[in-house]
Design a binder for this molecule. Structure first.
Ligand SMILES: [Ca+2]
Ligand SMILES: [Ca+2]
Ligand SMILES: [Ca+2]
Length: 277
């Protein structure tokens, strides 16, 4: 009896050891504090002729044009989407209660992108805006004509001055770039591959609600004038300015935080299962 009890105890200890040393600990999860929505563009979240689902809060991005669901081998984390520069983009209108058309005291936009080719002026990778009014703009964008890329912020009468506040060169082509733009009501930071690439000030305060929509791959009103040719993966939007350290964490992230303190275990365990398929 003593022996059975001892071996039982040892088995339990081994089980604990296995759990503690399990490789899931090695998966870096993206920051969840302030996260509003997250499009992984993994295949189980995309109906390519219809919509792509945000797996964090359930927003739907409606498909416009004919983007493709790209295989994991061509993407950064799981599958992603490929836009051809003609019409293709995703439109997020909103939900009830609103998650997009609301006051943004602070904001961060984050994604992986691989641009295949340049074409004329403004191209919007991600754009939160009130087009066609155009009084509020938050966008990760690039501009071939003027050889620029960066994080553009316009809050009513204060705006980024493209000629001085952005990186004055074309966005690199045919390589995956991790881009993050953060705005805290005055400071605008643009990170490329985990490093602060340029910063400037737009003392515009909050981005106020009213007509705000989200475009992934074009302006929110789908002008077909700011489309991109390339891949987008792992798009996250936050209601606060991420820190430099958090930007680096997110660059290494595959999915969301799986730590026991996470409030979203159901989502994250689902993702782990998805990753192991
Ligand atoms: Ca993905
Ligand atoms: Ca197209
Ligand atoms: Ca150029």
């Amino acid at each position: 009896m003593q022996n059975i009890r001892l071996s039982f105890t040892i088995s339990i200890l081994f089980l604990f050891l296995i759990v503690l040393t399990h490789p899931t600990d090695a998966i870096v999860g993206a920051v969840e504090d302030g996260l509003v929505a997250y499009w992984s563009f993994d295949k189980d979240t995309v109906q390519i002729a219809k919509q792509a689902d945000d797996i964090f809060s359930g927003l739907a991005a409606m498909v416009k044009g004919d983007p493709e669901l790209a295989p994991a081998a061509d993407c950064k984390v799981g599958e992603c989407v490929l836009l051809d520069g003609a019409v293709d983009y995703f439109l997020v209108e909103d939900s009830d209660p609103p998650k997009i058309d609301r006051d943004w005291e602070e904001i961060s936009l984050e994604c992986w992108v691989k641009i295949n080719a340049l074409d004329d002026s403004w191209n919007r990778i991600i754009s939160l805006d009130d087009q066609p009014t155009n009084s509020k703009v938050i966008t990760l964008y690039y501009d071939d004509d003027d050889n620029r890329h960066g994080f553009f912020v316009k809050a009513i009468d204060k705006a980024t001055q493209a000629g001085e506040h952005l990186i004055q060169e074309d966005i690199p082509l045919e390589e995956w770039l991790h881009l993050v733009g953060t705005y805290d009501g005055s400071n605008v930071n643009y990170y490329v591959n985990g490093k602060l690439a340029i910063k400037h000030t737009v003392a515009g305060g909050k981005i106020a609600k009213g007509g705000l929509k989200l475009g992934i791959g074009d302006r929110s009103d789908g002008c077909n004038c700011d489309t991109i040719q390339g891949y987008i993966d792992e798009f996250r939007i936050y209601e606060r300015a991420l820190t430099a350290a958090e930007v680096q964490t997110n660059m290494k992230a595959e999915g969301l935080d799986v730590s026991p303190t996470s409030n979203h275990l159901s989502v994250t365990w689902g993702q782990i299962k998805a990753r192991r398929r």
